[in-house]
Design a protein around this ligand. Sequence first.
Ligand code: UD1
Ligand code: CA
Length: 461
Amino acid sequence: MSHSIIILAAGEGKRMRSARPKVLAELAGRPLLAHVIATARALAPERIVVVVHGQGGHLIRADFPDSDLTWAEQVERLGTADAVHAALPELPGDGSVLVLYGDVPLLQAGILAPLLESADRDELAVLTARLDDPFGYGRIVRDEAGKVQRIVEERDATDAERSIREINTGVIAAPMDKLSQWIPRIRNDNAQGEYYLTDTMALAVDDGVMVRTVEAGDPASTAGVNNRIQLAEAERELRKRRAASLMEAGVTLVDPERTDVRGHIECGHDVHIEPNCVFEGHVVLGNGVRVDTGVLIRDAWVGDGAHLRAYSVIEHAKIGAEAVVGPYARLRPGTELGEASHVGNFVELKNTHLGHGSKANHLAYLGDAEIGQHVNVGAGVITCNYDGANKHKTVIGDDAFIGSDCPLVAPLTIGEGATIGAGSTVTANVPPGKLVLARSRQTTIEDWERPRKTRSDPDKQ
Ligand code: UD1
Ligand code: CA
C-alpha cells in the first residue's frame, strides 16, 4: 500500500531560546530536520510533506531546496493536530500516513516500518519508549487489561499518570482516511489550549479502531530535542553510535566519547585515532593512518600510512601515502601532498601540489604553487601569490632547495636543482642548478665604535 510522511516543523521551539527555528539547530553539523528527512527518505514514501510556520518557515525552506519535499504552511501554531491538519490537503486521500516530528532526530527507518504495516491493516500505531525519566513527554494511559486508552501530556497529567514511564515518542502511523476524520474532531480543552495530535488515540478507541504500540528497544533514539541540554544529549548519542560503528569496522578510537564524526568516514584497516578529532563531510583514511589529537578534517582523502599530527586543520585536501602533516599544519582547499612528503608546524598550503618526498617543515605559506619532488622548502618561505588584484602561480622544479626566509614573488619559476640562499627576495625566474642570492652582502665596519652615554643627559640621572 502507498504511504506518505508528514514532518512537523512549525513549532516555535521556545525552550531553545533562539532567534532561529528549532529544527535548524545543528546536530552533528546538520540541521535537526535534515536527520529526520533522511530517515523519511529511507522509507521511500510517495510524498514527504513538511509543515512549517511563518518567517521561520521561509528560513527552513531556503535550507532545503530539494524537489522531493512538499511544504505546508500552518497559519497559526495551534498544536500538533492543527499542524497535521495543515498537511492534509497536500496528501493523497488513501494509503497510510506516518507522522514524524522535526525535533526527534535520531530515529532510524527500521523501527518505523512496523508502524506503517500496522496502519496498512487499518490500525492506529504509535511508537513508544520506556524512560527512567519520562518528564516532559506524553504518557501512554492503559486500562486494567493493558489496552491503550489515550495519551496524556505532562501538563495535563495527574500525579499518578506522571509516574507512568511508558511515553509517546510523537511518531504515529494511521490509515489516511481515518486520520483525516479524526483531526477535525480534536478539541483544545487542555492545559496548553492546543490541539493535540495525541488525542487521536482516544478517538480511535471510541471508534473501535485497534491502537497498537510499537516500543523502541533503544529509547535514546526516540529522544526529542526541546532545549540545548537535550541537543547536547542527542549529539552525544549520535557520537556514540558513529564511534561504535567505526570501532566495529576495526578502527582504534582511543576515546570514543571524544571522537566526533559529523559526516561520512571510510577507514582502511588499523587506523588509529587519538582523542578530540573532528571529521566532517566525506573523509577517507587509508590503511594504517594515524591521526593525533585535536585534528580537524573536512572532506579529505588520506593515503596509507600517513600521519596527521596534533592540531592540524585539513580541508578539501588529498594527502599521499606515508606523508606526515603537522603538528599545527593548515591544509586549505586544493592541497595535494605527494607520497612521503612532510608539512610541519605552522605551514599553510592552499591550492598547492607538493611533490613526492618534498618537505616544508616549519613556518611557511605555499599558495597556488606546483612544487616538484624532493624539494626542500625552508622556514619562513612565502609564495607571494597575490598582487592585490590577481593570484599568480609559483612553479618549483624537482630537487630545488629554498633557503629560509625567502619571499617568492609570483608569477615565478624556479628550475630543477636550483638553490636559493636564505633571506632572498626572489622576483625573477631562477635557472636550473644554479645558486641564486637576492640580498645585500654582509659587510663589517672595522673602525666602528658603539656610542657612549654622555654625563649631561638629564633624563638618565
Ligand atoms: C510532543 C507530544 C508528546 C510527546 C513528545 C515527544 C503532542 C501534543 N505532544 O510534545 O506526547 O511525548 O512530542 O517528543 O503532540 N509543532 C508544529 N506545530 C505546532 C506545534 C508543534 O509543527 O503548532 C511541531 C514542532 O515543531 C515539533 C513537534 O510538532 O517538531 C512537537 O511539538 P512540541 O511542542 O515539541 O511538542 P512536545 O511538547 O515535545
Ligand atoms: Ca518536542
